[in-house]
Design a protein around this ligand. Sequence first.
Ligand code: AMP
Length: 230
Amino acid sequence: MDGATYPTTAPVLILLGPPGAGKGTQARMLEDKFGLVQLSTGDLLRAAVAAGTEAGQEAKAVMEAGGLVSDEIVIAILSDRMAEPDCAQGVILDGFPRTTHQAEALDAKLAEAGQRVSAAISLEVDPVRMVQRVAGRFTCGDCGEGYHDDFKWTKVPGVCDACGGKNMPRRADDNAQTAMSRLDAYQVQRAPLVVYYSSKNVLRPVDAMGSIGGIAASLADIVAQSLAKE
Ligand code: AMP
């Protein structure tokens, strides 16, 4: 991770989990509770695609096909974002790392500043139910409220309950076929990362098939313990 200056005292937490495991939701709750900054490499990449940057143009087709964007692009985008001042409070990484090379690049950068990953929280899920969750989700383009074809409909079809907006985009990669290929890719990626973070003694598995509140409580305990050690 060249170029970025990462603060020495900020905790770095990692959320590992497949698409649909609730990483985004849980990360935002931890952000509110602990004042950390959630960094989703998926969001950063989608912003780059929307902005039409060179990296975004290169990433677009790979993302739509459910593949992995090159380590080089992802690391550069994340590194730039982590160098921004608001990250001085600490970060929750959502969707990163996805490869051992990314994990090593992060550790090398943190080690330069005498820092290390505080905890790698692994959200443990049932793969079949994950595909169902991902394939049906959509979001209000105006306020960000999330919906789902099977679990949470809008009261009036096509109109957001929260803000009345009628712009309801679906992510191009949120369909059953792409969800399956993203899940397969995740299972392959997960194994070496679990080994990597176990060997560093920072892996914290959490059962992520329960209620959102129950999972949030488990995560909050882990984060509080990590912060106490900083
Ligand atoms: P996500 O929002 O985390 O599901 O990411 C959406 C897509 O962005 C993924 O399917 C990948 O194509 C790409 N992506 C996100 N994070 C990474 C990463 N750490 N490494 C490579 N590709 C990524």
